[in-house]
Design a protein around this ligand. Structure first.
Ligand code: PA5
Length: 478
């Protein structure tokens, strides 16, 4: 019998919608985009579409196949989760960047907002989740105050297997676990890494840790739909098959050659044209706390993929949009003043929800105070949705470009669509910008400088280069 999320009617009722009216000149005025500008890009769009298709066919974008080729992986993950979940009270991810932001975003989106504070029974028998994505010593040491190592499982996630932040965390945890648990320590570590490359794979194999594979052709920030994200999600009771089905559904929507009907292409084209007009900031503003951390995940995806110095021909272009995270309605009282009256250098992306998981009615009290009484009897659902529409209107009136993505509700299927939509849009924007969206040379420079300063063998030349950097002048230090 097919599951609900496999039924076409249900899937269509859960379709994520993309509304770009307020990007167009006919709505937002002169800072907007004319249909003729999109028509003028016909050849460029065709070239980008062709490149996307070719890369996909030639294995240059393996993340596009993730919704389809992981039946065995999903089975392995679910079996593993079922075999260990009763033993563990806490599941801790050690990872950074693309190996941490997806797991945080998906967990926050789908599960109870206070998931970790619930009893295990109320968590459906699944462990608590913590994600350690920094090397601030205070944070990791503090973790030991709240977890019992006897009932904690650590998931080391690193595609490269060489990331200092993650590997140093792993080294610390491994030693502590072995001191405390001896031989049993190995059952408390599960690794997610490349099948062959990097330091973690041989360590996992030699030391006998359970491990999962990050497919070779999938880079960090595009890896949420691999075991990077699927294992932590399943470990918290999230339906990973449904998440992948949502991504597959969005893939179908993004296959059309009709540009005006293709959500990923339109998202990329409108932001690309926005950038040409100096809109170098991309604000993502969900109107639900559950999607707050999607903003963090998107920020890495959009920034690291599109922020590039050189184009594909080696010309200096210094392109990219700076992602900004905001939350509705909270940031109406913090950021919206700037979005409305500040420079027209932003594209604001509202992410709304038709149906919240719960409904909350404001009591009919203070009816004698008109400025409060009007709230009585209405729901918070209606209030937050009205505030979203009102902010959209205010920005429209102010001539500030904005677009709205709407999820019928936040569930695994719609979340899978949203993740996949942003990923394809990022790839497409990379093609339009004629840059490589899948590397991160600017990050590598900082990593290499750290290795050199820390005395890693092989980085002696870099150390010499660093030693020649200008001394800081006390005059400029107060
Ligand atoms: O997108 C990327 O490739 C990076 O941001 C990585 O996710 C990040 O640097 C972590 O790398 P790794 O998973 O190799 O430890």
């Amino acid at each position: 019998m097919s599951k609900q999320f496999e039924k076409k009617d249900w899937q269509d009722s859960m379709r994520v919608r993309f509304d770009f009216n307020n990007m167009m000149t006919s709505y937002v005025g002169e800072s907007g985009i004319n249909e003729s500008e999109i028509a003028d890009m016909e050849l460029q769009i065709e070239k980008a579409e062709k490149a996307m298709k070719e890369k996909r066919a030639n294995g240059g974008m393996d993340w596009r196949e993730l919704p389809y080729n992981q039946t065995e992986v999903v089975k392995d993950i679910n079996e593993y989760v079922n075999s260990v979940k009763d033993e563990f009270e806490t599941f801790v991810v050690l990872g950074i960047g693309g190996s941490a932001l997806g797991p945080i975003a998906v967990q926050q989106a789908i599960n109870h907002p206070y998931y970790n504070e619930l009893s295990k029974e109320k968590r459906g028998g699944y462990p608590k989740l913590y994600v350690m994505d920094n090397i601030d010593p205070e944070k990791l040491v503090s973790l030991f105050d709240i977890v019992d190592l006897e009932t904690t499982l650590f998931n080391v996630i690193t595609k490269s297997g060489s990331t200092s932040e993650t590997m140093s965390q792993f080294m610390i945890i491994k030693e502590i676990l072995e001191e405390k648990l001896g031989e049993k320590a190995k059952k408390h570590i599960v690794c997610t890494t490349d099948a062959k490359n990097g330091n973690l794979r041989p360590i996992a194999d030699k030391e006998g840790y359970k491990s999962f594979i990050i497919p070779a052709g999938v880079g960090g920030r595009f890896s949420e739909l691999t075991p990077v994200g699927l294992l932590p999600a399943a470990m918290c009771g999230i339906d990973i098959e449904q998440l992948l089905a949502g991504a597959a559904y969005m893939d179908e929507l993004c296959k059309t050659d009709n540009t005006f009907k293709n959500p990923a292409s339109m998202y990329a084209i409108l932001n690309y044209l926005g950038m040409k007009k100096g809109k170098n900031i991309s604000v993502v503003m969900p109107y639900t706390d559950s999607l707050k951390y999607i903003g963090d995940w998107y920020a890495q995806l959009w920034a690291e993929s599109l922020g590039k110095k050189y184009d594909n021909e080696g010309k200096v272009v210094n392109v990219g949009q700076t992602p900004v995270r905001a939350l509705g309605a909270t940031d109406q009282h913090s950021q919206v003043q700037l979005y409305a009256e500040g420079p027209k250098d932003k594209v604001i992306v509202f992410v709304g929800v038709n149906n919240y998981k719960t409904s909350l009615t404001i009591p009919n009290i203070y009816s004698d105070i008109p400025s409060l009484g009007f709230l009585g009897g209405a729901t918070h659902n209606k209030l937050i949705q009205t505030e979203q529409m009102a902010t959209e209107y205010a920005l429209l009136k102010a001539g500030q470009s904005n677009m709205t993505i709407t999820l019928p509700e936040v569930n695994e299927f719609t979340l899978g669509q949203l993740l996949y939509l942003f990923e394809v849009a990022t790839g497409f924007a990379g093609e339009l910008l004629n840059i490589n969206a899948f590397d991160q040379p600017g990050v590598e420079e900082g990593k290499n400088a750290t290795y050199a300063m820390f005395g890693r063998p092989g980085y002696e030349e870099k150390k010499e280069e660093l030693d020649k950097r200008p001394e800081k002048n006390d005059k400029y230090i107060i």
